[in-house]
Design a binder for this molecule. Sequence first.
Ligand SMILES: [Fe+2]
Length: 344
Amino acid sequence: MIFRQLFDKTSSTYPYLLASRKGGEALLIDPVFDHVNRYLKLLEELDLKLVKVVDTHIHADHVSGMGALRDATRCVTVMGEESPAEYISMQVGDNDKLTVEGVTLTALHTPGHTIESYSFLMDDRVFTGDTLLIRGTGRTDFQNGDPYDQYHSLFDRLLKLPDQTLVYPAHDYKGDTVSTIYEEKAFNPRLQVSSAEEYADIMNGLDLPNPAMMDVAVPENLKLGLRLDAQHRVPAVEIDEILAAWPDFDGQLVDIREEEERRRHGVIPGSIHAPYGHFDQYCGRDGVLANVARTGRLVLYCAVGERSTLAVEIANELGLKGVSHMPGGFRSWEKAKGAIEKLD
Ligand SMILES: [Fe+2]
């Protein structure tokens, strides 16, 4: 197991690098934009392939490194489905599994600091974002924060984890690096309360100044994704065109989302599956996509159009002809009332 707690001095942020083996796939939690080159160097030194980056929530104190890392590595960007950021490659819901080779995280929706705050549980440890800090908790006075939500996220979710669970927060301002659920239950001054009202009174009385970077960081973090204009840098087939011809659309739709997303949201009828995680293999000489591409056109789709934009670029580099994608992805297809088939 490769586990690194990284650090950004300016915002006192702890990003985390996870991988199961040297030479394998890696996942990065809460990367900071200013250190993207350092992360890329570390990944190279440890011979890791970055395949997913996750932000626990929209950060107000630093610009996320997710967008720059996606541009450098074509990794998948991930956030909770309540995220107000418009184009995130992959959204997870409460209790969803988030995987890279040999590593499985369980997503726990723990709102309160912000509405889209998630924690991620991995075996003996939990990454708590700004929901639970060491001897503190994340403020609840902006970005749809709510002290009552946070009370329930803490007392009904995180503090119910086994006592020995290691707590790795997104920040620490005193230099502490890790704690346990037991320690926080016993010694975190904010958690020595007997009701949600008492907790809300403490949080509402904090009267903190806004973070210095807030006016820059929040707007930047909301627009890190590949928006529709950027999705048109590769050949595209619009949803309207597909719907106008439906069900006789002259093209093979290819779903590049993960199995869990397909089961949760359904699929476009008649589409074939070639997940983004191993997309290059499907494009290889004997791959299913290479076979179809010889006779017809392929139209890739994902959740919002970000992964499919990158996948068209990969297909082109591997020499596949006639590959395009559906901008806006499955989410826009649903909005346009396109046909959907539920998987069993
Ligand atoms: Fe935060």
